[in-house]
Write a protein that binds this ligand. Structure first.
Ligand code: 9YT
Length: 133
């Protein structure tokens, strides 16, 4: 087995930053767990459009308040501590953070840690990551 701490991971290249969020990846593809596990902070008063067309994602809200809208049907779901949302249909979505949001996120397939969101808000598929490596 292996053990890590968020505190140590935040001081390493496991922490990635973006305009509206930052995320520390505690478990990544090369850990061979079949998923990746991230602690993500969404900055207050931000809007982030995302579309994980190559991944499924489960997101659990640890703290903060916001909402998520699925763009194909315009449905809006409130996010409060204890809420878990599951992007089981590769849903295009917009995340609006009214306060800072602390989220625990699981990705299947696991991310490698080297992805960046493309212009559509997606991460590349694992096979495309291998091609560009
Ligand atoms: C909630 C969400 O998807 N935020 C984007 C960051 C993502 N969790 C990541 O790459 O760590």
């Amino acid at each position: 087995m292996f053990v890590r701490t968020l505190q140590a991971a935040e001081k390493s290249d496991r922490r990635v930053t973006s305009e509206t969020w930052e995320s520390t990846r505690l478990v990544l593809a090369d850990d061979n767990m079949g998923f990746s596990f991230h602690i993500t902070t969404i900055y207050a008063n931000t809007t982030t459009e995302m579309w994980y067309r190559n991944h499924l994602e489960t997101v659990y809200c640890i703290s903060g308040e916001g909402e998520i809208e699925t763009l194909d049907d315009g449905k809006v779901y409130q996010i409060v501590p204890g809420t878990v949302y599951n992007l089981d249909k590769h849903d295009k979505h917009v995340l609006r953070a009214r306060t800072e949001l602390k989220l625990a996120c699981v990705f299947n397939p696991p991310v490698t840690g080297k992805e960046v969101h493309d212009e559509t808000g997606a991460y590349p598929a694992p096979e495309d990551m291998k091609k560009s490596a």
